[in-house]
Design a binder for this molecule. Structure first.
Ligand code: BTN
Length: 257
C-alpha cells in the first residue's frame, strides 16, 4: 500500500502534488482528471491509482500495470497561456523528470525514446500519455499521465516495445513514495526551466536520446516514413531527413532501421 505520509515528507514542491488524490481503483487517472465534474481543477493536482481498470496508452493502446507495485498517476495543469505555447516541451519535461529521478535515486542509466518513453537497457520502463481540452486555441486542461513499471517482476502479453521495470534492472524493490516525490520535485523544476531557458530542456532531452543521427522508421497516422532522425526543433518536434528534405513530425512511433 502506498504510504501518503512518506510521500508527503519527501515532496518539496510549491504546487505540483500539493493537492493529492489517492485512489485504490479508477478506470484511468487521466480520464478522472480530464473530467471537470470530478471537482479537481487546481493546477498541479496529482491523482494516483493503485489499480486502473481501463489504463490508456498512446494511440488507443491499453496500459496494463500490476496493481500495488507500480506508479500510475496523472498531473493536471491549467495555466492556459503557458500551456498553449509550451505543450511539447512540457511533454519533454515529464519524461526527463522520470529519467532524472531514476538516475538520481538508483544510479541506473536511462535513455529517452521520442516522444516520451523512458528506457532502461533498451526496454521500456515508463510511458506518458498527454490529453488536453481546449477552448478556441487556448488549452484549458492539460493532463500528463505517467505509467512507470517500478516493482513489477514479470510481464505477460504482447507489447509493441519490450517492457522492463526498475526492480528488474536494479535487482531489488524500490520505495514508490520516494520515487514519486522525486519525480514531482524534478517536474516542477523543469517547468520553471521551460520558462527561463527552453533550450536547456531540449538539450537535456537530446542528450538522453540515442536515436538522433540514426536511420529510423516512423509510423504516423497509419503511414510509415523512413529517414534519418535529424534533430529536435525548438518546439520539441522531430525533424526527419528524407530524400525530399527535412520533414517535421508531430506524433508517431519511432523505430531504428
Ligand atoms: C504509452 O506509453 O503508451 C503511454 C502510457 C501512459 C500510461 C499512464 S498510467 C497513468 C495514466 N492513466 C492512463 O490511463 N494512462 C496514463
Amino acid at each position: 500500500m502506498f504510504n501518503i505520509e512518506n510521500f508527503d515528507i519527501k515532496l518539496n514542491t510549491e504546487y505540483i502534488g500539493r493537492t493529492f488524490v489517492y485512489a485504490e481503483e479508477l478506470s484511468s487517472t487521466n480520464t478522472f482528471l480530464m473530467d471537470k465534474q470530478n471537482g479537481y481543477n487546481e493546477s498541479g493536482t496529482v491523482v494516483l491509482a493503485e489499480k486502473q481498470t481501463s489504463g490508456k496508452g498512446r494511440k488507443d493502446r491499453v496500459w496494463y500495470s500490476a496493481p500495488d507495485s507500480n506508479l500510475t498517476f496523472s498531473i493536471l495543469l491549467t495555466k492556459d497561456k503557458f500551456l498553449t505555447s509550451n505543450s511539447s516541451l512540457i511533454n519533454f519535461a515529464a519524461s526527463l523528470s522520470v529519467a532524472f529521478s531514476i538516475e538520481n535515486l538508483y544510479q541506473l542509466k536511462t535513455e529517452l525514446k521520442w516522444p516520451n518513453d523512458v528506457l532502461l537497457e533498451g526496454k521500456k520502463t515508463s510511458g506518458i500519455l498527454i490529453e488536453a481540452t481546449s477552448q478556441g486555441n487556448k488549452i484549458e486542461r492539460f493532463v500528463i499521465g505517467i505509467g512507470i513499471n517500478v516493482n513489477q517482476p514479470s510481464f505477460q502479453g504482447t507489447f509493441n516495445y519490450p517492457p522492463t521495470s526498475i526492480r528488474n534492472e536494479l535487482g531489488r524493490n524500490v520505495e514508490r513514495e520516494k520515487l514519486l516525490a522525486e519525480i514531482l520535485n524534478n517536474f516542477e523544476l523543469l517547468l520553471e526551466m521551460i520558462k527561463k531557458n527552453k533550450s536547456e530542456v531540449i538539450n537535456d532531452w537530446k542528450s538522453k536520446c540515442k536515436m538522433i543521427g540514426e536511420r529510423i522508421s516512423i509510423v504516423e497516422n497509419d503511414s510509415e516514413k523512413f529517414g534519418i532522425f535529424y534533430d529536435i526543433d525548438e518546439e520539441g518536434f522531430l525533424l526527419l531527413k528524407t530524400k525530399d528534405g527535412i520533414e517535421k513530425i508531430h506524433y508517431g512511433d519511432v523505430s531504428l532501421g
